[in-house]
Design a binder for this molecule. Structure first.
Ligand SMILES: [Zn+2]
Length: 161
């Protein structure tokens, strides 16, 4: 049996690209766009999220040093190395829940039938794809097309390092 670690994350704006990659893998990842560290810490505690940051000050907070709140200090400024650090540290699975979260708003995607998306996707997509998902927040339609496949391939390469 494979052990699956089901972490949730909050990333601050100096590691923003990480959020998208974690969402591609299916990990619930909030993007924190404010400057108020205390608010980010409060959200992380309330929702059980691991903080990903390049801010050494956050790492010195008592709530982090005491181990009450898990935070990872991201070392690199390159997104692929950042992702590698996080997946390696927490033993994340690139195939955790692929294709389940909106990459823009972190909402759970909803299944849509082919007929439901008929007028919402390009004709060539409609002809070749049978599975569709919709974000309930931004109404973006997702399908496992070439773009998605390219991203997941890149993701696997990142993780392999
Ligand atoms: Zn969305």
């Amino acid at each position: 049996m494979r052990l699956i670690n089901s972490f949730k994350f909050i990333v601050d704006n100096n590691v923003g690209k990480l959020a998208k990659w974690l969402r591609i893998m299916g990990y619930d990842t909030l993007f924190f766009n404010g400057r108020n560290d205390s608010r980010m810490i409060a959200t992380a505690l309330a929702e059980g999220r691991v903080i990903l940051t390049r801010d050494t000050q956050i790492m010195k907070r008592r709530v982090v040093t005491s181990g009450r709140l898990k935070a990872i200090l991201i070392k690199s400024d390159k997104p692929e190395l950042q992702l590698h650090q996080v997946t390696d540290t927490l033993n994340l699975d690139s195939q955790f829940k692929p294709f389940t979260l909106c990459l823009e708003c972190n909402q759970s995607l909803l299944k849509r039938s082919k007929q439901q998306v008929k007028d919402l996707v390009p004709p060539y997509v409609f002809q070749t794809q049978s599975q569709y998902m919709e974000c309930p927040a931004c109404h973006r339609i997702y399908w496992r097309g070439t773009h998605w496949q390219a991203m997941t391939k890149k993701l696997k390469n990142f993780i392999k390092g």
